[in-house]
Design a protein around this ligand. Structure first.
Ligand code: KIV
Length: 263
């Protein structure tokens, strides 16, 4: 049986760490499922790692539907979440619903939307109509031109307060999960403690309910220097399936991320 939102909720309530990785095709989705990953995110990071672009901005809804279908087809039980790409949810809630429903038709069980409290109305609209949503806050790769770079967010007192306030507003609007990217570990811990929905962290410390990395990053396939929050699991693993299994073990046992991977 496929993992559902309720399964994830039970794991969250039981205090079990939830594992997630990005995935874009059927070959890898089968490998990740066999290694025991709980959530596969069809991330718009495919714009970087598959399409070779500097940003995620050119990824289309058709691209996301195609890769969602590939990932879904390679799995039987793993939870599938898909990113709504830039430009497909900054429209009316009705149009966002129409766009999100295409991802669900392709196999997604939840959509991920970047942005803070400004997305609350849309999240309310979608969740009331049966589309589960993961809200993605703080470092929003789709806002790269506005943010001026991929930098750690929430460092000032005012920014920390805004993050927490936004998280509470999004939870109230119905968000089912909250992804925090490059948030200082102590702040991510406070947000996780304040909310009653699971948080997913990337570069946000060990206290989030779930951890995610970009698949290619944790397999050591990053261009240039390794980002601080990434661990290359291939270094101590002879095969890709073993690297994924080691990632699952380390997340489940609270060994990853370590202090050296957080801000
Ligand atoms: O698209 C993506 O890979 C993401 C990451 C932050 C996990 O959203």
């Amino acid at each position: 049986m496929r993992t559902t939102q309720s399964t994830l909720r039970e794991m969250y309530r039981a205090g079990e760490k939830i594992t997630a990785l990005t995935c874009y095709d059927a070959c890898f989705s089968t490998i990740l499922e066999n290694a025991g990953i709980d959530i596969l995110l069809v991330g718009d990071s495919l714009g970087n790692v598959l399409q070779g672009n500097d940003t995620t901005l050119a990824v289309s809804l058709d691209d996301m539907c195609y890769h969602t279908r590939c990932v879904y087809t390679g799995t039987r039980k793993t939870f599938v979440m898909s990113d709504m790409p830039f430009g497909t949810f900054q429209v009316s809630p009705e149009k966002t619903f129409e766009n999100a429903s295409k991802l669900l038709a392709a196999g997604a069980q939840m959509v991920k939307i970047e942005g803070g409290r400004i997305m609350a109305e849309t999240i309310l609209f979608l969740t009331l109509r049966g589309i589960p949503v993961c809200a993605h806050i703080f470092l929003s790769p789709q806002s790269i031109h506005q943010l001026g770079g991929y930098i750690v967010q929430g460092k000032s007192e005012q920014a920390s307060k805004q993050l927490l306030d936004d998280a509470l507003v999004l939870e109230k609007a119905g968000a089912n999960m909250l992804l925090m990217e490059l948030v200082p570990a102590t702040l991510a811990k406070s947000v996780t403690n304040e909310l009653s929905i699971p948080t997913i962290g990337i570069g946000s410390g060990a206290d989030c309910s779930a951890q995610i990395l970009v698949l290619h990053d944790m397999l050591g396939l990053y261009p240039g220097k390794k980002p601080r929050f990434v661990k290359n699991f291939m270094i101590d693993s002879s095969t890709i399936p073993l690297a994924i299994t080691n990632y699952v073990d380390e997340v489940k046992n609270g060994l990853f991320p370590g202090a050296e991977h957080q801000f």
